[in-house]
Design a protein around this ligand. Structure first.
Ligand code: ADP
Length: 482
């Protein structure tokens, strides 16, 4: 990997705490394509996490005091460096994560777009004046940075989940301690190296790799930390929620989903097939907004299944750095086991494998992209997130039916449907219990819109001006004696 980068200095094997690159590289990072070791990173734990939090605490007052424009300029520079190094970042990302290079470039671009957006947003953190209730007083609400923030991020988007948290935090005037996923720390370290180059002062942005639960506990329980932003599993999110209750800490949680994808009989079927492919098979089905359950209406069911499986069967599987590959390996063998389990369970209940269905001939964690038809409502895949390249297609009769099925889940992150009847579009969009709805599209993520879930899918929103609100506290000031 080192030799394939234009700027090999982006490949870091140390962590960045209080403005210094520290630690002994000891934890291997491997390429999911072949298990080859790419680098080692430090195995930090409680002591170093505490040091990082304290560094962020020391750096906070000066960073918060800069003008919004000064912080904006530094973020802008970080964005420019990300854009200038997009190819190296994408190569590092694909090497440790497995997604096709074209997707990695897309992720680096949106990762950069978050930084650009919040560089702009930094200057628009307005407060308000409030019509007073007593003549001798004036009331106002000002917004101030919340303080030291923890960020814990997953392996499926090793770049954009970081910038989506860190850039609004820095823009608001907060300082950050980041713990990236152990599977994908190299993209994170490269991003920090670029932030350092952009002029982010010492202690303002710290990163440490190592023991997730020990570091997570410090971030949730250290009194100096005022906010923890997490993207990952609902299971870990619940642990963090409990830990954060000790100090009544504010949390942002982007957790699991179980996205329904509905194709009504008045839909443009070809467009629905395209949307289903993007939503289901992006990142090999390993995104929290991936379609997990596809519902197709009676009349168009067979046509939809046939068209979808034809496209899926034609996908090119392989090393994501090879030209034309659209499906890489899954992140690890546990991911493969889960897909196999969901397929076996559905087939036991009467589902039919239309294409795929088994491990890929390439071996390792490669899996054939799969389409199942005749899946029953009680199948495991209707209730659990697969996080793999499996499209189960369920049949439904009418609108009320399918809305009930969609909402029969403890999760509520993304949802999608294809329909053309305007009344239906409004009714269904309003009825779905989800933080996000894609109508006639399978791809909804953008830095300008609020991303987040309801129910057990999480708390808070990331991206858009709402994403900035997470990182500020409202302070009410009454000035009396006027
Ligand atoms: P995923 O299934 O996407 O790996 P996880 O929730 O396991 O989701 O991981 C998301 C992030 O949370 C990763 O950075 C991981 O290292 C971290 N993590 C895992 N367990 C804990 C924990 N007990 N406390 C804090 N962070 C954790």
């Amino acid at each position: 990997l080192h030799d394939r980068l234009k700027d090999p200095s982006l490949l870091r094997d140390r962590c960045y705490i209080d403005g210094a690159w520290v630690g002994t590289p000891s934890r291997p990072v491997t390429n999911p394509v072949n298990g080859v070791e790419l680098a080692k990173v430090p195995a930090f734990s409680t002591a170093e996490a505490t040091q990082a939090v304290e560094a962020a605490e020391r750096a906070f007052p000066a960073w918060a005091k800069l003008t919004a424009k000064q912080r904006s300029n530094i973020l802008r520079k970080w964005f420019e460096l990300i854009a200038a190094n997009r190819e190296d970042l994408a190569l590092i990302l694909t090497s440790e994560q497995g997604k096709p290079l074209a997707e990695a470039l897309g992720e680096v671009d949106i990762g950069g777009a978050y930084v650009e957006f919040f560089a702009e947003e930094a200057r628009r953190v307005y407060g308000e004046t409030i019509p007073t209730q007593r003549p001798d007083a004036r009331l106002l609400a000002i917004k101030q940075p919340i303080g030291v923030c923890g960020a814990i991020t997953p392996w499926n988007f090793p770049c954009s989940m970081i910038t989506r948290k860190v850039s609004p935090a820095l823009a608001a005037g907060c300082t950050v301690v980041l713990k990236p996923a152990n599977e994908t720390p190299l993209t994170a370290l490269a991003l920090v190296a670029l932030a350092e180059k952009a002029g982010v002062p010492k202690g303002v942005f710290n990163i440490l790799t190592g023991n997730s639960s020990a570091i997570g506990k410090v971030l949730c329980e250290h009194p100096a930390v005022r906010f923890v932003g997490f993207t990952g599993s609902t299971e870990v999110g619940k642990i963090l929620y409990q830990q954060a209750s000790v100090g009544v800490k504010k949390l942002g949680l982007e957790l699991g989903g179980n996205a329904p994808f509905v194709v009504f009989d008045d839909a443009d079927i070809d467009a629905a097939v395209e949307g289903a492919i993007i939503s289901k098979y992006r990142n090999m089905g390993q995104t929290c907004v991936c379609a997990n359950r596809i519902y197709a209406q009676d009349k168009i069911y067979d046509e939809f299944v046939e068209k979808l499986s034809k496209k899926v069967a034609a996908m090119k599987i392989g090393d994501g750095t090879e030209a034309g590959v659209t499906q890489g390996p899954l992140i690890n063998m546990a991911a493969v086991d889960k897909v196999e389990k969901h397929i076996a369970d559905a087939v036991k209940g009467g589902a039919k494998i239309i294409t795929g269905g088994k491990r890929h001939a390439l071996g390792g964690s490669f899996f054939e992209p799969t389409v199942l038809s005749n899946v029953k409502a009680d199948a495991l895949v209707a209730h659990e997130e697969t996080f793999g390249p499996l499209a189960p297609v369920f049949r439904f009769k009418d609108e009320a039916d399918v809305i009930a099925m969609c909402n029969n889940s403890p999760f509520g992150l993304a949802s999608y449907f294809y329909a053309r009847d305007l009344g239906r579009v409004w009714r269904v969009a309003e009825a779905l219990e989800a933080g996000m709805v894609g109508v006639n599209t399978g791809l909804i993520t953008t830095e300008v819109a609020p991303f987040g879930g309801v129910k057990e899918s999480g708390l808070g929103r990331e991206g858009s001006h709402h994403g900035m609100e997470e990182y500020v506290e409202i302070k009410y000031v009454m000035m009396a004696g006027v």
